[in-house]
Ligand binder design. Structure first.
Ligand SMILES: Nc1ncnc2c1ncn2[C@@H]1O[C@H](COP(=O)(O)OP(=O)(O)O)[C@@H](O)[C@H]1O
Ligand SMILES: [Mg+2]
Length: 317
């Protein structure tokens, strides 16, 4: 199994549940594992009954499992602050005000969350030393994937921009300082450095996701979920990322054969529908179904984590 494992899917299908159970399984097998959650509802805290934050924290009762929760709001704040810091000492106070206004607006721009979260993902992937497996309870979708193709898509755009910026800095230096010592060229231009850094970040992310990451999609046995999943597979493929398998969650368990009451009949009909959806998923979507997980009567946590983990027949080694 690759070092980075992503579990994607629509809200509520069971991403946090499946990734927690898989992380549990890896950790119990002695693999030093980090589970990264980006859920604003902080559901890993519910699964493990423990508070987590932005730093990896060891889960009570485990020798090899740590969890970190990335708060998307906070990630946006950090992202914007770092942009602000990079520009602050470069421009006049009047422009700083304008930048503040732009940053405020950018906060509400669709995609800002995805961009900021993606930056945090890249951070985690770069800095996960000490962890042999990193499990994400989400996978990059639409807006994030577009960022991935930034380096290729824009081709030489960033290079040209860097080149222009370098030239303008040179001109600026010549015009402004006359025979004084050049400052920026000497200390390096922070804006150029930042652009270069971003370009490298996205290149690193693309390479890492393509060569060291596995993607799984979690779905439920209903039509909407099956169709959404088919589209998600295609979308990922469009960015050269292949989905290794599907995890079908919340399959209704069968009643005993001697049960024939209304409840049992309902369950059998329900199961028939789910099997049909399972067949559709097998027929219409390329990646294989690598695990089917039964619906439990209550939320998957505590002692339910282990039996659910056993149903996830995904390699750990
Ligand atoms: N197989 C299952 N049986 C019973 N409850 C489940 C199952 N899978 C998920 N749940 C519950 O459904 C809710 C949503 O699951 P969650 O994993 O948080 O979804 P997501 O992360 O995709 O939004 C949680 O309360 C979780 O405990
Ligand atoms: Mg979740």
């Amino acid at each position: 199994m690759d070092r980075f494992v992503f579990f994607g899917g629509k809200g509520g299908v069971g991403k946090t549940t499946v990734s927690s159970a898989y992380a549990h399984k890896c950790a119990r097998a002695g693999i030093e594992t980090l589970l990264v959650s980006t859920d604003p509802a902080h559901s890993t805290a519910d699964v493990f009954d423990q508070h987590f934050d932005d730093d990896p924290t060891r889960v009570d009762g485990y020798d090899a499992l740590s969890v970190m929760e990335i708060d998307p709001e906070e990630a946006v704040d950090q992202h914007m602050m770092s942009i602000r810091r990079a520009l602050d000492d470069q421009v006049s106070p009047a422009i700083v005000n304008e930048i503040d206004r732009q940053i405020e607006l950018a906060h509400r721009t669709p995609g800002a969350h995805e961009a900021a979260l993606f930056d945090r993902f890249i951070d985690v992937m770069r800095n996960a030393d000490g962890f042999d497996r990193v499990v994400f309870d989400t996978s990059p979708t639409g807006g994030t994937l577009r960022l991935l193709s930034l380096p290729e898509y824009l081709g030489g755009w960033i290079d040209r921009l860097l080149d222009k910026r370098q030239k303008s800095v040179d001109l600026f230096e010549k015009a402004a300082i006359g025979d004084m010592e050049p400052r920026r060229t000497e200390v390096g231009d922070p804006i150029i450095a930042r652009l270069q850094q971003r370009k490298e970040n996205f290149e690193f992310a693309g390479e890492t996701l393509r060569s060291e990451a596995s993607f799984f999609l979690v779905l439920n046995p209903d039509q909407l979920s099956v169709r959404e999943t088919g589209r998600a597979v295609e979308q990922l493929r469009g960015y050269d990322l292949s989905v290794s398998g599907l995890v079908m969650n919340r399959m209704t368990p069968e009643p005993d054969p001697d049960e024939n009451g209304r409840g049992a009949r309902f369950l059998r009909d329900r199961i028939e529908t789910e099997r049909e959806r399972l067949r559709e998923a097998r027929a219409d979507i390329d990646p294989p179904i690598v695990a089917t997980i039964e619906a439990r009567v209550r939320e998957v946590k505590d002692d339910l984590l282990e039996p659910v983990a056993e149903e996830i027949e995904i390699d750990i080694e």
